[in-house]
Ligand binder design. Sequence first.
Ligand code: MLT
Length: 286
Amino acid sequence: MLTLAHLDLRYKPACRAYHANMAIINIGSTRLSYDDQGTGTPILWIHGYPLNRTMWSPQIACLSVGMRHVSPDLRGFGQSDAPDEVYTMDRYADDLVAVLDDAGIDRAIIAGLSMGGYVAMAFARKHARRMSALILADTRATPDTPEAAKGRQQSAQKALTEGVAAVVEPMLTKLLCATTQREKPEVVSRVKAMMLGTRPAGVAGALQGMAQRPDSRPGLPDSRVPTLVLVGEEDAITPPAESEEITRLISGARLERIPDAGHMPNIEQPASFNAAVATFVQGHGA
Ligand code: MLT
């Protein structure tokens, strides 16, 4: 049994070697990379946009007892291929089933942040049997408004014609809260490097896929698994009201607000984020 006493909840980037266990799978002609570390309760970590699997290093490094961490790079990101196509949330959910199959995992806790949350909700709709519990961080169940979808299409074109920096740099100030920006320059540089490392086709494919995503709200009351909802109190991209709505719609879901964090509480306040995850995993015994 995992106990809080086993966990080192401080974020120490050197807690453990990272990327020790990278696997590559082929889905058609697209290669996807994922890390698979630890033993115990399997947890599938789905990164946000425009990021990659390394955003979960504060969790994988420090929640090191009693959990098996599987962290893929979604198509278009990190060390996975970036085919020139639209990456729908359903496509991503199917990719993740292939990752679980490759890892020999039948059921896992599905954990997603922001776009990763959109993918987790698609996974819950399409592949509920493969999900033992759900963690939704800094995300929303609502679809894009027509204006937001149009803006994403324009940004997708911009990324392809002007490059990734033109699209992702303006996001940076919104991603991280004022305290993080003032007091944690290493976090700011790390997130910026992750964003700028994304390829134009990856940015465009994900933006177009997010623009097409459906309203996830009608399916949420059907979810029967234990659910933890997390949100940075100062999240300016998916404000806490979005998480409150998700929590209301899923029976028994619990909401944890993370103080002094914006849209990426797992990196901005890893100790609080990890404590909430550890308590949740321990509590429902998945
Ligand atoms: C993310 O962090 O994944 C994105 O901000 C989500 C979005 O653009 O809707």
